[in-house]
Design a protein around this ligand. Structure first.
Ligand SMILES: CC(C)(COP(=O)(O)OP(=O)(O)OC[C@H]1O[C@@H](n2cnc3c(N)ncnc32)[C@H](O)[C@@H]1OP(=O)(O)O)[C@@H](O)C(=O)NCCC(=O)NCCS
Length: 185
């Protein structure tokens, strides 16, 4: 491997995970859109993925960050924000769960270096602060890599339901941890 390539890989390996601030809204939106495009290629329409609006997401993230009801964390390397995760109170009234991992995205070039695990650890800390004792997460059924990630962290399959994204009718599945102490890092 050439040294420039080695250096650029290294730039994504070391990261700090910290609570997100309002100023992180735009970088979070960038990671959000770029990672949707790479992770959901083939699962969602190319046109739909191309239409994702980074500025619109930045505005949404600004609103989320301004409201203290959820917890958002970023993984930051010398390249800036390379991943983020958010969580809070469970949103849909799922039986047996009061905490939820809402979203977790790590740039493709930074995946597989432990950033996802550290982001989950941060969200679990946030759920503890909110006195939520458990955690559920929803993931597209066909998103096999993310499902393996949750299974690796000890998530137990809960159930499946339909979801509409853009014009696509898909299935999503949930994984749960009945106690936060059950998350295996
Ligand atoms: C899923 C995601 C958040 C995981 O983050 P990551 O930084 O790549 O994962 P980590 O490096 O922290 O991996 C933690 C553990 O999970 C395992 N893991 C991660 N991805 C895996 C995969 N695809 N298959 C099997 N195991 C996997 C790792 O091997 C590691 O376990 P180990 O230490 O025993 O090797 C990240 O890959 C991502 O953003 N994917 C695209 C977006 C996405 O699908 N988000 C989830 C939407 S619900």
């Amino acid at each position: 491997m050439r040294s420039a390539e080695l250096t650029s890989r290294f730039l994504f390996v070391v990261s700090l995970v910290r609570p997100a601030e309002l100023a992180d809204a735009a970088p979070i939106a960038r990671v959000h859109v770029v990672t949707w495009r790479s992770a959901y290629r083939g699962l969602l329409d190319d046109d739909y993925l191309a239409s994702l609006d980074q500025a619109g997401y930045a505005e949404r993230w600004r609103r989320i960050l301004a409201d203290s009801s959820s917890r958002v964390y970023v993984a930051e390397s010398s390249q800036g924000v390379i991943g983020f995760a958010s969580g809070g109170r469970e949103r849909a009234g799922e039986d047996g769960f009061s905490g939820e991992l809402y979203a977790i995205y790590v740039l493709k070039e930074a995946q597989g270096h432990g950033h996802g695990r550290r982001l989950v650890q941060a969200v679990v800390g946030g759920l503890r602060e909110l006195e939520l004792p458990d955690m559920i997460v929803w993931v597209l059924r066909e998103n096999r890599p993310a499902r393996r990630f949750y299974e690796r962290l000890g998530g137990v399959y809960v159930r499946e339901q339909p979801i509409t994204i853009g014009s696509a009718q898909l299935q999503e599945v949930s994984y749960g941890w009945k106690r936060l102490a059950d998350v295996r890092y």
